[in-house]
Design a protein around this ligand. Structure first.
Ligand code: AMP
Length: 217
């Protein structure tokens, strides 16, 4: 099963993808995490993307598409995956379809997580990320209690530069302009399924499970 998680920043794509992957044996492919890994390693991609990400802008399509083609060709994705944060623009969606078609593969479903803007801002302002493993937490909804929660070493919790108020406003505006049209794109292909992303993590998770279990029948 190959899935796309679509939704504004703060909708819970990453958190839900992580839980769904653990239960359904899928692999989470987060473009944000891949880019942050590049930054940490100081690669040319990381250097080019750093400022763009901190300001809450989108990294150029060409760079993202090349990076994702390389990622999607890796054997560890054979069991199925969730694309979390990709595609984010129409050219990216078209490039993804073309790439998968060449390999005889498809996206099975695009889950669209819908959350009120006021709730998104609340979620993002409390969001904290582990510098070591890249997992996200929330000061109120999902606090990082144990340092050993970290999957790699000891959690080093920080607030992402692009979670600042200014960057978040920019990211929400860009989402509306560049990513929202993807809902029509996937609806036309009968692949878009809306999910009410409000409420607790467990409530949203339960809604997603109902959709996926139906899909797997
Ligand atoms: P995320 O962790 O998914 O919120 O992504 C963090 C940042 O990485 C975004 O605000 C963008 O600057 C960049 N980014 C992630 N995915 C993409 C993408 N598909 N296209 C362009 N930029 C991206």
């Amino acid at each position: 099963m190959n899935l796309v998680f679509l939704g504004p920043p703060g909708a819970g794509k990453g958190t839900q993808a992580e839980k769904i992957c653990a239960e359904y044996g899928l692999v989470q492919v987060s473009t944000g995490n891949i880019l942050r890994r590049h930054k940490k390693l100081g690669t040319p991609i990381g250097i080019e993307a750093d400022r763009i990400i901190a300001d809450g802008n989108l990294v150029p399509d060409g760079l993202i598409i090349d990076m994702m083609k390389e990622e999607l060709s890796k054997p560890y994705l054979k069991t199925g995956y969730i694309l979390d944060g990709f595609p984010r623009t129409l050219p990216q969606a078209v490039a993804l379809d073309e790439y998968l078609a060449r390999k005889g593969e498809t996206i099975d479903c695009t889950l669209v997580l819908n959350v009120e803007t006021s709730e998104l801002v609340k979620r993002i302002s409390g969001r904290r990320t582990c510098r070591t493993c890249g997992r996200t937490f929330h000061l109120i909804y999902n606090p990082p209690i144990e340092p050993r929660d970290c999957e790699i070493g000891t959690c080093e919790i920080f607030q992402r530069a692009d979670d600042s108020e200014e960057a978040v406003k920019n990211r929400l505006r860009i989402y509306a302009e560049r990513t929202l049209p993807l809902i029509d794109y996937y609806s036309e292909r009968k692949l878009a399924v809306p999910v009410d992303g409000s409420g607790s993590m467990d409530e949203v998770y339960a809604r997603i499970k109902v959709i996926l279990d139906k899909l797997l029948k």
